[in-house]
Design a protein. Structure first.
Ligand code: ZN
Length: 292
């Protein structure tokens, strides 16, 4: 089973950093349209994890995805990493985001992905909060080390039933591969941009379960280096010359070929949304994680 997912945040982040008059919105719209067209052509449904604030500021974007028959999941309210929030704050953030998205599309939001995969061992209580907010499926677990999140102790690389006092969460962890003793998430983000198509294709063939994840920002032309002020607002770390340079290189690596590579992948494989994948899994016999 291969799941296709997108994180939709670029419109929100652009307006957060540069205000509402940006030309970049048009570029994002065009890229989104081209993605939706390829999905139509392949008769493929995907899950789009969307920032809650976008339901208020850019409802037309959220509705456009929903109207084309895809699942809308929640990607937090304002892209604040869960591991920087208290339990009450995570509850408030999730509830607000789910409410805004549900009002926008007129149907229930059941899937969730934390910004920067920020559910780990220390804040695994977040699963219980997601269940309280009506979430049934989650795709936030990055079962390896990650810059801003990651859950190296998660243990499973396949769909896992997370049992919490508030109900079960069906977890779809990110697919990880080992390369030269390093764990790499080849099916999305920077590693997807870096690796050639044949490598991603070969790694996908090795397993029965893959989840691919893309951002529009992975595909659009290179962005300018962030100002010091914006860097600190966004990354919440010191805007040293080296930090800014490193992140700028990381976010722009391999962008030129990323769109055509992604389209080739969507055409080469049969993909499903998270909700469709749910129906294909024998949850009774899936691995379990019990949260007290
Ligand atoms: Zn995100």
């Amino acid at each position: 089973m291969n799941i296709l997912s997108f994180d939709i945040e670029e419109w929100y982040i652009e307006s957060f950093l540069h205000g509402r008059g940006s030309d970049r919105f048009k570029v994002f719209d065009q890229y989104l349209d081209s993605i939706l067209d390829v999905l139509d052509e392949q008769h493929t449904q995907a899950t789009f994890f969307v920032i809650g604030q976008m339901a208020l500021d850019f409802p037309q974007v959220v509705k456009r995805i929903n109207d084309r028959g895809h699942d809308i999941g929640c990607h937090s309210y304002q892209h604040t990493w869960l591991n920087t929030m208290s339990r009450d704050e995570v509850y408030e953030d999730t509830r607000q985001a789910v409410d805004a998205l549900e009002q926008c599309i007129g149907r229930k939001v059941k899937a969730y992905r934390a910004p920067a995969f920020s559910i780990g061992k220390e804040n695994q209580w977040a699963f219980e909060i997601l269940a309280k907010c009506g979430i049934e499926f989650d795709a936030s677990v990055f079962p390896a080390a990650h810059d801003f999140g990651g859950f190296p102790d998660f243990g499973n690389q396949v769909p896992t039933l997370v049992k919490t006092p508030a109900g079960d969460i069906k977890e779809f962890p990110i697919t990880i591969s080992r390369l030269l003793n390093k764990e790499v998430a080849f099916s999305g983000g920077g590693y997807f941009r870096l690796f050639p198509f044949w490598f991603v294709n070969r790694e996908m063939k090795k397993r029965d379960y893959n989840i691919c994840y893309f951002h529009i920002g992975d595909l659009t032309p290179s962005s300018k280096m962030m100002s010091k002020e914006n860097y600190e607002r966004y990354y919440k770390e010191p805007a040293t010359w080296l930090n800014r340079r490193k992140r700028h290189m990381k976010t722009n690596l391999g962008k030129k070929t990323a769109l055509s590579k992604m389209n080739r992948l969507i055409r080469a494989w049969r993909f499903v949304s998270v909700a469709q994948a749910n129906g294909l899994i024998d949850w009774e016999n899936a691995p379990k994680l019990i949260i007290q």
